[in-house]
Design a binder for this molecule. Structure first.
Ligand SMILES: Cc1cc2nc3c(=O)[nH]c(=O)nc-3n(C[C@H](O)[C@H](O)[C@H](O)COP(=O)(O)OP(=O)(O)OC[C@H]3O[C@@H](n4cnc5c(N)ncnc54)[C@H](O)[C@@H]3O)c2cc1C
Ligand code: SF4
Length: 327
């Protein structure tokens, strides 16, 4: 780890100004940033500590929706009674993310900004080729071990998977990220790798996440997050689905459906084709099983990650059918 200056921000404006300094990085819970600094991937010149900013840990929920401050801890949001009742998928996604110790430390803003777990990205000492870390240097994963890599949204420059659980649930429910004055759909906040995989977010120098806003809806109220992983203890998703359903008055016909996938794409992945195929249909297992394949339309594997193309549609179908059972 190289030397850096440490600056404790006393206001959001001061934090933004400091974030605009060349080589500045924000420090929230530190559960990702410190790891990345230790392995030589993150090399901040100035560490801007935002942990003491007042008011940014608020969680406000009403009929219209929820506003969650960037410094709210993962565990607090997961356990918030109104988040559990009005946005179960958000609470479940957070409960299944990381370990209890990490959830107690880590923040919502830091969670969205976490970086890929691509092992080549995290090992600069042994793998110098990584377009995300060093633009133009190549990609060590392509032709390497790809079991954890993405099958959707990839490019010839990068096939790294976006690993976060929360963002998947946020994308399903049209959540908006507040960057101070500017607001963006979480779906637009995350960028596809294309030819510039080093650029992962639409965030500009001098901006920081201040809050996340999630619109309230009947589909968000009847929602769930299903995560399949190699082990039940803390582990990133092999494939996951955030699903929400609103039924017509008959309790069987789908009025609104939200589906987003995690663990299989280079960014949180909204499966709109599945939503469109099932909207207006009666929820029956055969119909759901036919539509589930649309979740991975256009998927391309790199050998060892082929299983994700088969796994993801099953996760989607299981989550939708589970919500149907509770109707
Ligand atoms: C062993 C382990 C297992 C994990 N498993 C999972 C899992 O299963 N699912 C999952 O979703 N996550 C998982 N994580 C990731 C974990 O959730 C993140 O480390 C955590 O959410 C990051 O939050 P933080 O507050 O500690 O961020 P920090 O480490 O402080 O910061 C992370 C990044 O975000 C930036 N940042 C922080 N706050 C802001 C802000 N307000 N605005 C702009 N930029 C900001 C920082 O500059 C830094 O680049 C795991 C982590 C570990 C170490
Ligand atoms: S997949 Fe992306 S992050 Fe991983 S080595 Fe290739 S360029 Fe780097």
């Amino acid at each position: 780890m190289r030397d850096f200056s440490y600056l404790r921000a006393t206001s959001t404006d001061a934090a933004r100004q400091a974030a605009a300094l060349p080589g500045a990085m924000l420090l929230a819970g530190g559960t990702t940033l410190i790891d990345l600094a230790k392995c030589g991937v993150a090399e901040p010149e100035t560490l801007v500590d935002i942990t003491h900013l007042e008011g940014l840990d608020r969680i406000d929920v009403n009929e219209q929706g929820a506003t969650i401050g960037a410094l709210a801890r993962m565990s607090h949001v997961a356990d918030h009674a109104d988040i559990k009742s009005r946005f179960p998928a958000i609470s479940e996604a957070l409960w299944q993310a990381a370990s209890a110790q990490i959830r107690n430390m880590a923040t919502i803003g830091g969670n969205l900004m976490q970086r890929t777990r691509c092992p080549y990205f995290r090992d600069p000492a042994n793998f110098s080729a990584c377009n995300k870390r060093e633009p133009g240097s190549g990609c060590s994963a392509i032709g390497g071990v790809t079991r954890g890599h993405a099958v959707l949204g990839t490019s010839e420059a990068c096939i790294a998977m976006y690993p976060g659980d929360l963002a998947t649930a946020l994308v399903a429910f049209d959540a908006v990220v507040h960057l101070g004055e500017r607001k963006l759909l979480v779906d637009d906040f995350f960028l596809l790798p294309g030819t510039t995989p080093d650029r992962e977010h639409a965030i500009e120098p001098g901006e920081m996440i201040t809050a996340i806003e999630i619109p309230g809806s009947a589909a968000a109220r009847r929602s769930t997050y299903l995560k399949i992983r190699d082990r039940q203890s803390y582990e990133f998703a092999a494939a996951s689905a955030a699903v929400g359903i609103e039924f017509e008055a008959d309790g069987r016909t789908i009025r609104d459906l939200r589906v987003a996938l995690g663990g299989i794409a280079t960014k949180p992945w909204r499966a709109r084709a599945v939503e469109e195929a099932l909207r207006g249909k009666v929820l029956e297992s055969e119909t759901v099983r036919a539509a589930r394949l649309l979740a991975v339309e256009g998927a391309v594997d790199h050998g060892a990650n082929h299983y994700k193309i088969e796994l993801a549609p099953r996760v989607v179908a299981r989550a939708i059918l589970k919500l149907g059972e509770t109707a």
